[in-house]
Structures are given as structure tokens and as C-alpha cells.
Design a protein around this ligand. Structure first.
Ligand SMILES: Nc1nc2c(ncn2[C@@H]2O[C@H](COP(=O)(O)OP(=O)(O)OP(=O)(O)O)[C@@H](O)[C@H]2O)c(=O)[nH]1
Length: 353
């Protein structure tokens, strides 16, 4: 796994639940309150001779309720926010077109625009607001095409007020958006550090437990059969004791490079202990994983660590196992560990499945 895929995984893991929940609750609250107000206004207007206005309000209320009901059923789907934004655009222009109750339609545009901005959020809101107001302005300057009649001074006051309102709303949204981006960036950096081994820059055990295995459980189709190869450098203590800890560190970095070069970027090479690594092959059967482990074993054996004119030949032992489904992932990791132990006992520098 290269550093950009690692970052991407961490970024998706950090997509803070709290923020997603806040957005969902905002949608629920706005939909229930807004839908009820629209339904109430439709009811009030029933007595007036404006069926188009009643239809607009009742239709919008029904759509808002249906949308929020579906968003409860599919809480992870973003499309409901955008649909809510569309229904607001429809209501705004329905009000402008029909004039609303006693020609007061324009007064309701501000809260509706504000709702549109918070529901669809900063960048998409620019497009939504531009399109919504584009249609509104067209209608206001082509009043022969609409039912309502607005005096010219109402139109100019409305447009000036709308322009000021939009500026203030977007400035506020922009600052909020920037500070959130900054917070996410800092969070991501903290997460990257907590999930990475500082020596080899490989993902660590925490990453596997908290991010990768979680992801595999959530999306088993994309990961299983998942093969695990536990790699342990042979007689690493001797290298440390003979040449010193710094050379030991260099050897770990050297082995890391060899392993990363031997696998695909979709595979995960993690450092799980002192001189122990775990390589994970998504969508790989046991026999494929054994072949890959054998390839890594040969690469390590054939590429001694060179320091000056001294070649430190290195070998490693490998334990391989495969989890066919997410339910036997932990049993598979244990099996790979047991197989590593067998490889060590059988004389090292070998792959045991
Ligand atoms: N240089 C260095 N050494 C480490 C690091 N982490 C663990 N070690 C050393 O790795 C060695 C592991 O030794 P053992 O567990 O006895 O294993 P081994 O000598 O590799 O023997 P076998 O695994 O049985 O082949 C110990 O000497 C640890 O001090 C590290 O980050 N850097």
C-alpha cells in the first residue's frame, strides 16, 4: 500500500461520524419543521383563490416528508440533502411565480435561501443559489409570464436585500468551511502518525485493527478471501548484537523496501512487532498467497543488506493462512502466526501454510 492509498483510507476512516450525524439531524429538523410550515400554509391558502400556490406548498410539503422518510431509511445516502435543496428551489420559485398569500411571497425567500445553503453546504450551495435566484430574477423582470404582480420598488428592495443576505451567508459558510478543512487536516496528520511506524513508515498494528480490518468487515466483497502472511526476520537478534542497533534498524528499512517492491499497491505491508511484519493480500487464495510469500522469501534471500563492503545476508520465515470470509479473519491471523512458528521450528527461511 503506497502512502497516498494509506492517506485515503485514513481520510475515509476519519470522516467524522459526529459531523455526519449533525448534518443528518439538521436535515431531519429542517424537513419536519419546514414541511409542517409548508403544509400549514397550504391549508391557510385553501380558502383563497390560488390553487397553484396551494398545489406548490402541498406538493413541496409532501416531497419534503417523503425525502426525510427515505433519508431515515438510508442514512448514509447523500442524495437526500441535494433533493431537499431542489425542493427548496422549487418552493422559492413557486412562491415568486404565484405571489404567495396576498403577494407576500418574496418575504419567504430569505429563510428558504438560508435553508438551501445549510442543507446542501458551501460549494454546491453556490450553484443551487445561483440557479434558484437566476430563475427568480428572470421571473421578476418578465412579470407578464407569471401570475404574481410585484411593484418595481418591491423588486429592487428585494434584490438588494437578497444580495446582501447572500454575501453575509456565504462569508459565514466560507469561514466555517475553511476552519473545518483545517481541523480535518490536523486530525488526519495525527491519525497518520498514530497509525504509522516511525522507523519504516509502514502502517502499524493499530492501523490494521482500527482501519483496515474495520474496512474489510464493512466491505467483505472487496477483501475476501483475504490472505495473511506473517513475516519474521531470522536471527535478527544476532544482527543487532553483532553490528549494533542502528544497523538492525537499517536492515528493517531494507526489508521493508524489498517487501513493498514485491507486492502490489493494493496489498498491505504492515509492521506488527519488532522484526515482525504482516502482509495482507486482499482477494487472494491460499495457493496464490503461498506463491507470493515464496517470492518475497526469495527476494529477501537474494538481496543482502549492503553496508560499505560488507554484505549482511538476511533470511526470513513466513506463516501463511487465508480467511475465506470475514467471520474467520481472527482465526486466520492466529493460524498464520502458528504457521510462522512451525516455519521457525522447521529450520527458518521457509514458507509454511
Ligand atoms: N534494530 C532494531 N531491533 C529491534 C527493533 N525491534 C525489535 N528489535 C530486536 O529484534 C530482536 C528479536 O529477537 P528474537 O525475538 O529473539 O528473534 P530472532 O533473533 O530474530 O530469532 P528468530 O526470530 O527466532 O529467528 C531483538 O533483539 C529485539 O531487540 C527495532 O526497531 N530495531
Amino acid at each position: 500500500m503506497d502512502s497516498s492509498s494509506l492517506r485515503q483510507l485514513l481520510r475515509s476512516a476519519q470522516q467524522d461520524e459526529a459531523e455526519a450525524k449533525r448534518r443528518r439531524l439538521t436535515l431531519y429538523f429542517i424537513s419536519y419543521v419546514g414541511g409542517t410550515i409548508m403544509a400549514f400554509m397550504a391549508w391557510i391558502n385553501m380558502g383563497t383563490n390560488n390553487p397553484l400556490l396551494v398545489g406548490t406548498l402541498a406538493g413541496s410539503a409532501a416531497f419534503v416528508y417523503a425525502n426525510v422518510a427515505l433519508s431515515h431509511m438510508f442514512p448514509r445516502v447523500d442524495v437526500f440533502f441535494y433533493l431537499a435543496g431542489l425542493v427548496v428551489a422549487f418552493t422559492i420559485n413557486g412562491l415568486v411565480y404565484t405571489g404567495g398569500l396576498n403577494n407576500t411571497g418574496l418575504y419567504f425567500i430569505f429563510p428558504l435561501l438560508f435553508i438551501q445553503i445549510i442543507v446542501v453546504r458551501f460549494k454546491p450551495a453556490m450553484v443551487y443559489v445561483a440557479v434558484t435566484l437566476g430563475i427568480t430574477i428572470f421571473m421578476l423582470y418578465n412579470q407578464e409570464k407569471i401570475v404574481a404582480e410585484y411593484p418595481a420598488e418591491h423588486v429592487s428592495r428585494f434584490l438588494i436585500a437578497t444580495f446582501s443576505f447572500i454575501c453575509v451567508a456565504f462569508i459565514g459558510e466560507n469561514f466555517w468551511h475553511q476552519s473545518r478543512k483545517e481541523m480535518l487536516r490536523e486530525n488526519l496528520e495525527r491519525m497518520r502518525q498514530a497509525n504509522t511506524d516511525p522507523l519504516t513508515k509502514l502502517p502499524n498494528r493499530r492501523f490494521l485493527e482500527a482501519v483496515f480490518f474495520e474496512r474489510a468487515m464493512q466491505d467483505p466483497g472487496a477483501h475476501f478471501p483475504l490472505s495473511a502472511v506473517v513475516v519474521d526476520i531470522d536471527h535478527f537478534k544476532t544482527i543487532n548484537d553483532t553490528y549494533g542497533h542502528d544497523i538492525g534498524d537499517e536492515v528493517l528499512i531494507h526489508i521493508t523496501r524489498l517487501m513493498k517492491e514485491a507486492v502490489r499497491t493494493t496489498d498491505v505491508v504492515a509492521r506488527t512487532g519488532g522484526e515482525e511484519f504482516l502482509v495482507l493480500f486482499p482477494h487472494a487464495t491460499l495457493s496464490q498467497a503461498v506463491k507470493l510469500a515464496e517470492k518475497i522469501r526469495k527476494v529477501v534471500e537474494a538481496n543482502p543488506f549492503v553496508e560499505g563492503d560488507v554484505n549482511h545476508s538476511i533470511t526470513a520465515s513466513f506463516g501463511v493462512a487465508t480467511a475465506l470470509t470475514d467471520t474467520n479473519l481472527h482465526a486466520c491471523l492466529k493460524q498464520a502466526d502458528d504457521n510462522l512458528y512451525k516455519a521457525k521450528n522447521a529450520g527458518r527461511n521457509r514458507v509454511v501454510e
